[in-house]
Design a protein around this ligand. Structure first.
Ligand code: NAP
Length: 273
């Protein structure tokens, strides 16, 4: 019988995940499909009842990554630590929550950006769901210090506290250009985990003159492929990557959790390139 997987979120229309997973199923000659499910927050509980009746696995995106936790039966270790899930698998009659955003981010960081977090300092813009995966991913990989900056300083402080409670050296600072200049200067990695840069007329994340030659840049945005931040970094010969690698690797990890088979990574990459 055909297996059905999918992505839930609100909205989900422009997702690249169906192209990526359907290409993988086809390449592996699996009788399976991957669909989009636009689920409003008030319908989340009903969706999980529907899921239990016949779906084989799902991915989860904004705004359901945290609220879905209460509808699964168990959490794997990473998901438990970071209090957010982006993947659900089925084990008998149980639903298991996973977080592959963390592994996806770390793999892109190490393989595509060639950055090793141990004894380094990172500055992360954003304190939402993506920054949560970034923060914990960096911490699990032995980063020395994480500096979090969000428009909403309280949100950054909240995430910094959660990381600190787990033993990570994390601080939140105000989104103030004077302070940011010094912090960027003393950092090895800059991550953009905000949507700033998705629209052509978005303001600069920070003045590009702060970018320096000892920094590498990871912009989680993949649409457009080159944000203003990435363009400025490249203009200064600074190594910079977009979010396509993270998207690919988190998808490949989800595929492997669901199917227990190695993901056809090149096929998946081609489908989203
Ligand atoms: P989110 O939950 O909305 O969090 C973004 C946070 O950044 C919000 O707290 C927002 O504050 C803050 N922010 C916005 N502009 C800012 C700025 N200029 N300076 C500092 N903080 C700012 O979004 P998310 O789910 O974390 O996603 C963030 C980005 O990562 C999106 O562009 C998304 O597409 C990308 N992403 C990529 C992948 C991937 O696989 N590559 C995976 C997940 C997410 P306000 O709410 O006050 O605006």
């Amino acid at each position: 019988m055909k297996k059905t997987y999918g992505l839930i979120g609100y909205p989900v229309k422009h997702s690249l995940s169906p192209a990526m997973h359907n290409a993988a199923f086809k390449a592996m000659e699996m009788d399976a499909e991957y669909k989009l499910f636009e689920v409003r927050p008030e319908n989340l509980k009903d969706f999980f009842s529907y899921f239990r009746e016949g779906l084989s696995g799902i991915n989860i995106t904004i705004p359901h990554k945290e609220t879905s936790i209460k509808y699964v039966d168990a959490l794997e270790l990473v998901a438990k630590s970071i209090h957010a899930i982006n993947t659900v698998s089925v084990n008998g009659d149980k639903l298991i929550g996973h977080n592959t955003d963390v592994g996806g981010f770390v793999k892109a960081l190490k393989e595509d950006l060639k950055f090793k977090p141990a004894s380094k300092r990172a500055i992360v813009f954003g304190a939402g769901g993506a920054a949560r995966a970034v923060g914990f991913g960096l911490y699990f990989d032995d980063i020395k210090e994480i500096i979090l900056i969000d428009i909403d300083t309280k949100k950054a402080a909240f995430l910094a506290n959660e990381l600190k409670e787990d033993g990570c050296n994390a601080i939140a600072v105000e989104n103030n250009q004077h302070a940011i200049r010094e912090l960027v200067l003393n950092s090895d990695l800059l991550v953009n985990a905000t949507p700033c840069g998705m629209k052509e007329n978005d303001p600069e994340l920070m003045p590009s003159e702060f970018l320096h030659e000892n920094l590498v840049v990871f912009d989680l945005i993949y649409s457009p492929r080159e944000t203003r931040l990435i363009k400025e970094a490249k203009r200064k010969n600074i190594k910079a990557i977009n979010g396509l690698g993270m998207l690919l690797y988190q998808g490949a990890l989800s595929f492997e959790i669901w199917t227990k088979q190695r993901a056809p990574i090149e096929v998946m990459k081609k489908a989203i390139s």
